[in-house]
Design a protein around this ligand. Structure first.
Ligand code: URA
Length: 236
């Protein structure tokens, strides 16, 4: 693989930046200074260092984004900004995409990855991955509404939602945990009990909890532990 492609795929440097690093003799392959950014090497057999630091070979990236309002969870949209605009170019080049969908005005935890297989497993209806949201709604939710939502309600299109969990924090707010993800599901569920969602924020996705240190629009790589938990979740 070319040195510049490797460094860009690892989410570290653009091709132009790699060329600069080579020029400044900061990149070595097995201890020997690279001559050109287009030079080929085998990342499985050889060690590439930048300023003496080995770069681990990683082909998959897992990012936790705190999605802000106003962004669509798509890779491309004619008019509206997409969540991909919030991440570094190098991740886009490595092919990361949003794992699942959040509405434009929904905020919170969004996983971005280029691991298509894991994403597919986590989103498959067979897997029933828990997705927990904080919500606030226009009208007070009664105990009957809570029970109806938890048992499953008929939403537009005649679909009956699967049982879910609702924890009320006050009359007009709480947490709702779904194991499925139909389009606009929570908004439609609220409508089914004659209510209206005012705000929605996803606080967890499977074993991942939103890192509250991330401000809206910020993201970080998953820790090794989070990555392992997520993969184990996708396999179970
Ligand atoms: N349900 C919704 O209505 N919107 C979301 O973004 C997620 C779940």
């Amino acid at each position: 693989m070319r040195i510049d492609k490797f460094l860009s795929d690892m989410g570290l440097y653009s091709r132009r930046e790699s060329a600069e690093l080579v020029k400044k003799r900061r990149i070595k392959i097995d201890g020997v200074c690279a001559a050109k950014a287009s030079e080929h090497f085998d990342p499985e057999k050889s060690e590439l260092t930048v300023d003496g630091q080995a770069v681990a070979y990683k082909s998959y990236f897992y990012l936790m984004l705190n999605k802000p309002e106003g962004y669509v969870s798509a890779t491309d949209d004619g008019n509206l900004p997409t969540v991909l605009e919030l991440v570094d170019e190098s991740y886009k080049r490595a092919g990361v995409f949003p794992c699942g969908r959040l509405d434009r005005n929904t905020t919170g935890l969004m996983l971005l990855t280029n691991d298509g297989k894991l994403s597919h497993r986590l989103l498959s209806p067979k897997h029933h991955v828990d997705k927990k949201y904080y919500f606030s709604c226009k009208f007070p939710l009664s105990c009957e509404d809570k029970a109806a939502l938890e048992a499953g309600v008929e939403i537009e299109g005649g679909y009956r939602t699967l049982p879910c969990r609702v924890e009320l924090l006050g009359e007009n707010e709480g947490f709702i945990t779904l194991t499925e993800g139909k389009y606009h599901q929570i908004k439609l569920m609220a409508k089914a009990v004659h209510n209206q969602i005012r705000s929605l924020k996803r606080v967890s996705f499977g074993p991942l909890e939103l890192d509250e240190a991330l401000k809206p629009g910020e993201y970080r790589s998953l820790s090794q532990e989070e990555e392992a938990l997520l993969k184990a979740h996708g396999e179970s």
